[in-house]
Design a protein around this ligand. Structure first.
Ligand SMILES: [Fe+2]
Length: 381
């Protein structure tokens, strides 16, 4: 079933995530020093783009494009004004942009940009964009004809763009990798009663199938209540989770997100690592703050799992606030950062998987207890 679905809308993987930020130059510095990304390409007035400035950040299979508007009233500037820093575009690499776009429209997606070609002296790329939840979009990309550092129009960091050896426009040291290998999953928040709308959208538009459904019984701490569904491509390359608030006792953290972002949007991105202790230690050294986990959580872990048999040093994991979960397929280690900007919107997860396809469901209670403490500290509970 899922294989047939993938055949209908063959997604090769994520191509990039485009963020709209207030200051791309400073955001690039943050993702380099705190997350270990290396700036590989830039676009801006120096490359003939007079309306926005973009930095492309790379680590493992991940490409983040940090884009800031340069002019008042520009679309990027306006969207940033409404939402703050956040993810604008979850972009997919596809073998045939026109076919992907046609399939998406047939599934009910609204067109944003019809298929078009861009090119420069390093080749061409074909792209098309459809609307998704809130102000989020999905761009289908075929960059197989492009030999440049990213897409046409971008120049490599350190490249003068001139044959006469002028000083490069952008000279930025590479990041020190923290071991991020790829994107494990991407989670969005949508309003009450819209979870099914958007998971069905993904099934029709991206050919994904449902992997798992968490109802509010399984995710029900005291104040925060939510429901979540996950759709995937059948291989694990693409996993998209959709959260909606349930009728909680107080302000759901999903609703808090919607209030501050102004609409539906990306809540967190889970980066995969093979060595969570090193990844998290380096992020902490870079100044990233993580959600604190109640001490009693680790007593519960010792009761429900034979961590010694798995070769896990629980004391070391507890010092890093790393969470543990296990099912019949294996186990995982994960933890969550605080929001990456002033608004309580986008945050990150770091995840190390050993067999399981789960998302840490038994950690949800511990996690949300931690989230609710943060929410109370902001006066939103
Ligand atoms: Fe997650």
């Amino acid at each position: 079933m899922s294989e047939a679905a993938t055949d209908r809308q063959p997604l090769l993987g994520y191509h990039h995530l485009r963020y709209h930020v207030g200051n791309a130059k400073q955001a690039a510095h943050y993702y380099r020093t705190a997350f270990g990304f290396t700036p590989i390409a830039c676009s801006g007035p120096e490359t003939g783009n007079r309306e926005s400035s973009s930095w492309v950040m790379a680590q493992g299979d991940v490409r983040l494009v940090l884009t800031a508007g340069l002019l008042p009233g520009h679309r990027v500037t306006d969207q940033h004004h409404r939402h703050g820093d956040g993810v604008r575009d979850i972009s997919f690499a596809v073998p045939d942009v026109d076919a992907a776009f046609a399939y998406a429209l047939a599934g009910g997606a609204k067109p944003v940009t019809e298929p078009y070609e861009i090119g420069d002296d390093r080749g061409t790329a074909r792209m098309a964009t459809v609307a998704s939840y809130g102000d989020t979009v999905h761009t289908f990309v075929d960059a197989s004809g492009c030999t440049g550092p990213f897409l046409p129009g971008f120049r490599a960091v350190g490249d003068t763009g001139k044959p006469d050896g002028l000083r490069p426009l952008w000279t930025v040291p590479p990041g020190r990798s923290i071991g991020i290998t790829g994107i494990d999953h991407i989670v969005c928040n949508v309003p009450l009663h819209e979870m099914d709308v958007w998971t069905e959208f993904y099934q029709r538009v991206l050919g994904l199938t449902q992997l798992v459904h968490y109802d509010d019984e399984s995710v029900g701490p005291q104040y925060t209540s939510m429901m979540s569904k996950v759709v995937w491509d059948g291989t694990g390359k693409i996993k998209l989770n959709v959260n909606e608030p349930a009728q909680g006792k107080s302000l759901s953290q999903i609703q808090e997100y919607l209030n501050y972002y102004g609409t539906s949007g990306v809540q967190h991105i889970a980066f995969a690592t093979d060595d969570i202790a090193t990844t998290v230690t380096r992020m902490r050294e870079g100044g990233v703050r993580f959600m604190r986990v109640p001490d009693t959580y680790y007593d519960e872990v010792r009761e429900r799992a034979d961590v010694d048999a798995l070769g896990l040093d629980l004391t070391a994991l507890a010092e890093l606030d790393v969470l543990f979960d296990q099912d019949e397929d294996g186990h995982l280690l994960q933890l969550f950062t605080e929001p990456a900007q002033d608004r309580p919107t986008l945050f990150y997860e770091i995840i190390e998987r050993h067999g399981t396809r789960g998302f840490g469901i038994t950690n949800f209670k511990a996690l949300f207890q931690a989230i609710e403490r943060e929410q109370a500290a902001r006066g939103n509970l």
